[in-house]
Write a protein that binds this ligand. Structure first.
Ligand code: PHE
Length: 447
């Protein structure tokens, strides 16, 4: 038997779960997905999905995780012995592996940008030069890999240290600092030529832009940003103390995550329009925009360094939570030591990262369905793998976990009042699964 770690305080649990949620999903992925899907109307849909599907799913994962105190696979084995529900655990493990693979590549870019801002690489460059520098960096193939390797190594070391010593400590100070810098960038946005256009893009909805694909992207982004549908939040839930209020914890996490994303949008889009960057230009968007912002603003040199440092940390607190899903599984189910589990999982994931990074080279033949493997895994995991996992998690919570047990978990055995319990039950039983299924069926053309 391995001794299980647990979070030392309520704040520690919130900081860790928020650390998992807040990351590249907010600062890199959210702006590029907003840009690709036309802006304001997408954001409204996203908001709706976060509260109606994301938050209930987050509460469900916390409840199942804390009740079972196990990794995602073991949790379903315990909850439903001899049934097929453990397959959700298998799916979660596959998804974690896939996400870790491409996530580490983008995180590697942020480490490289930290180095570039330290040596003041961006100053005095035109927007076009910044753009082609980045393209050259990605196209080199080997250079991003170096930084990805470094990032994987640090992730592995933190996870090796264990929950309290590794994960919890870093989040408490760094997340509020990231918020502060984003606020400064938002204020700076006011001074940019593209301010009006950027804000209109973010806040003036054109509902004719909502299509099935837009809805699917919003769903995917909500799952990705809140780390849902693959057992991360279940695993973290298993470390939350019995006396902590799950509703409070989950809503704080959801609101913090959403706020950072919204602020990132305000920081980025005015600059996108000022520097003539195409809003729908995809995963590169933020990396081609940010250096321009720091290049033109007063104090941009120091602020840039600090920003990329915090972004690396935000990415680390997320990658750590992904690796933790795999490591908790290996150490609890396969009886490997924590150290061995970390080495095996991190090495496998890095191997997959190599494939992702190389697939981005311009003449690479590493493609699936016409997309390079990186882009394919990015969209496929968030738009399909995670929502499918989330679908079954809410179904299980609503229909199979047991009403009494669910109530006991959410109220910490009656310590807290669970005011909207019936509404919650209605959402996890009907609304959330039907909404997810509806988007899927419309996508494949059945509805
Ligand atoms: N939510 C994280 C982010 O926004 C990414 C993540 C996805 C983390 C899935 C854990 C699980 O960066």
């Amino acid at each position: 038997m391995h001794k299980r770690g647990s979070f030392g305080s309520r704040f520690g649990a919130i900081a860790a779960a928020a650390g998992s949620a807040i990351g590249l999903g907010n600062i890199w992925r959210y702006p590029y997905v907003v840009g690709e899907n036309g802006g304001a109307a997408f954001i409204l849909l996203y908001l709706l999905i976060v509260f109606l599907i994301g938050l209930p799913c987050l509460m469900s994962e916390f409840a199942l995780g804390r009740f079972t105190r196990k990794n995602v696979f073991g949790a379903f084995r315990k909850l439903a012995p001899k049934k097929k529900w453990y397959l959700i655990g298998v799916l979660g493990i596959v998804t974690s592996f896939v996400i870790l693979a491409f996530y580490s590549v983008v995180a590697g870019w942020t480490v490289a940008f930290l180095k570039d801002s330290l040596i003041n690489e961006f100053s005095g460059l035109s927007a076009a030069a910044i753009g082609s520098n980045f393209d050259g960096f990605v196209a080199s193939g080997w250079e991003p890999l170096l930084w990805t390797f470094l990032f994987c190594l640090i992730t592995a070391l933190i996870v090796m240290l264990g929950i309290e010593n590794g994960i919890e400590r870093y989040n408490k100070i760094m997340m509020p600092m990231l918020l502060a810098i984003l606020l400064v960038l938002c204020i700076n946005s006011f001074s940019l030529d593209g301010f009006k256009e950027g804000i209109a893009f973010l806040f003036r909805p054109d509902f004719s832009k909502i299509t099935v694909d837009v809805a699917l992207s919003a769903l995917g982004q909500a799952f990705f940003s809140l780390s849902l549908g693959m057992g991360t939040m279940m695993t973290y839930g298993s470390y939350i103390r019995r006396q902590d209020n799950l509703l409070f914890t989950s809503s704080t996490v959801a609101i913090a995550d959403l706020s950072i994303a919204i602020l990132a949008g305000i920081a980025i889009f005015p600059a996108v329009f000022s520097f003539g960057i195409e809003p729908g230009s995809g995963p590169d968007l933020v990396f081609k925009t940010l250096p321009n912002i720091f290049g033109q603003m007063t104090g941009g040199y120091l602020l840039g360094i600090l920003f990329f440092l915090l972004l690396v940390v935000a990415a680390l607190t997320s990658s750590v939570s992904i690796l933790e899903v795999l490591v908790a599984y290996c150490s609890e189910e396969l009886n490997l030591s924590r150290k061995k589990s970390v080495i095996i999982c991190a090495t496998l994931a890095f191997g997959a990262s190599v494939v992702c990074a190389l697939s981005q080279m311009p003449d690479s033949s590493l493609k699936i369905a016409g997309q390079n493997i990186f882009d394919f895994l990015d969209t496929f995991s968030s738009s399909y793998l995670m929502p499918v996992g989330g679908f079954f998690i809410v179904i299980f919570t609503g229909w199979f976990f047991g009403k009494q047990r669910l109530h006991a978990e959410l109220s910490s055995d009656g310590v807290y009042k669970v005011r909207y319990f019936n509404l919650f039950l209605f959402i996890v039983r009907y609304l959330a699964p039907i909404a997810i299924a509806f988007i899927f069926f419309s996508k494949i053309g059945i509805l």
